[in-house]
Design a protein around this ligand. Structure first.
Ligand code: SF4
Length: 381
């Protein structure tokens, strides 16, 4: 979807009344400046700027709270546009400050977003979803057990960040976005690209491009497309194993994309962008956590401009995996460091609220029931 056009009003069949399709107002976050001008041809430029500032810059929760605008304009906006494409259905807060948001889209689809506190106690990071569910079916990931419901729109992606920012006053405001929530971002490239453009636009998201990271399970065509994006965003690749055999048991895509192909795409990205790639490596006891496997990994990435993030496995109900002992993970990291590979162990956050890496599944059975029924749309006009 391009942001140069006014998105058409979406219609969807209500599960409770098939004779009267519901209509949804387009979300203001998906509307470009020129499209807003088309929508409001009789309003002066400074009014549109006030709308933009109210939507992207303040803590207003609706058009009615953008008080610099006259009442008649607020009512007009409310009748024409949705202030947000998503609504919060639930928030859970962990002892360490991690917050997991369950959001509901206008058609009833639900998905999760996680806000991660900074280790320094200042600005936070938002881990956003690009899809509801995921088709990639990685065996160590709770989201992978759900299957894919659908791609999220550009507005649904951007509104996750905007909602969290409005809820985070002062120093807790997020200044980083990682596409590491539900879904494979490079399977929804057009919407993710538009969302990144909005997030790094000084007049909208206002994030530094280096504070946005796209994470992929390893789609070579998508990685190649990233080299053509004009922003200096980060790339993380989910690796999880240094051998094709083991990787294929963890990431079904690896049966079709071997490590040689993936590494070629990654190296081409590093050369084209001169940027460092992060490799994500979920540590699984007795699967990929041996020192010999650290050596294999070091050989695989030898000569690359990269960093390895070791992620102790986060359990979820029904999973067959366990996390290694902390000492095993440290020995793995130390072997990488000894061989000249930059490596760190990611601190686990939000595990008790199922908000840690690989745990997002929005309450399993409830999530499935709500998403498949597409019931209870909240933004129907
Ligand atoms: S790890 Fe990422 S790509 Fe794999 S199933 Fe989970 S969300 Fe999808």
């Amino acid at each position: 979807m391009t942001t140069e056009a006014v998105p058409e009003t979406v219609t969807a069949e209500s599960s409770t009344d098939e004779d009267s399709p519901r209509t949804y107002r387009p979300a203001v976050s998906a509307i470009s400046d020129s499209a807003l001008a088309d929508l409001l041809p009789d309003e002066l430029r400074y009014r549109r700027d006030q709308i933009r500032r109210g939507v992207f810059g303040g803590d207003a929760q609706g058009f009615d709270q953008i008080t610099p605008l006259p009442r008649r304009l607020r009512e007009r906006l409310d009748a024409t546009l949705a202030f947000s494409s998503i609504s919060p259905a639930r928030v859970r807060i962990a002892d360490d400050g991690t917050r997991a948001f369950l959001f509901q889209a206008a058609d009833g689809t639900i998905f999760e977003t996680v806000q991660l506190p900074s280790e320094r106690g200042s600005a936070t990071t938002v881990c956003i979803s690009s899809q509801a569910g995921c088709a990639m079916a990685c065996t160590f990931c709770a989201t992978g057990t759900l299957g894919l419901t659908r791609n999220l729109s550009m507005a649904e992606i951007v509104d996750q960040f905007l909602h969290v920012r409005r809820e985070s006053p002062g120093s807790a405001a997020p200044d980083r976005v990682v596409f590491m929530g539900m879904g494979e971002p490079l399977a929804n490239t057009a919407n993710v690209r538009d969302a990144v453009e909005a997030l790094v636009d000084p007049g909208r998201g206002g994030l530094g491009a280096r504070h946005v990271t796209v994470s992929t399970v390893g789609l070579p065509a998508g990685i190649e497309e990233l080299t053509r994006w004009p922003w200096q965003i980060g790339l993380a690749i989910s690796l999880h194993a240094a051998s094709d055999d083991i990787r294929a048991t963890l990431v079904p895509l690896a049966k079709h994309v071997n490590l040689a192909t993936l590494m070629a795409a990654s190296v081409a990205y590093q050369r084209a962008t001169r940027r460092r790639v992060s490799y994500e490596y979920t540590m699984l006891r007795d699967v990929n956590d041996q020192v010999a496997q650290a050596r294999d990994l070091a050989r695989l990435v030898d000569g690359q401009t990269c960093h390895v993030n070791l992620i102790p496995f986060n359990p979820f109900p029904g999973s067959v995996y366990e996390a290694p002992a902390a000492g095993t993970t440290r020995r793995f990291r130390d072997e990488l460091l000894r061989r000249g590979v930059a490596a760190t162990i990611r601190r686990t956050r939000g595990r008790e609220i199922a908000g840690a890496c690989g745990q997002l599944r929005a309450d399993g059975a409830v999530w499935r029931r709500r998403s498949q029924s597409m019931a209870t749309p909240l933004h129907a006009s």
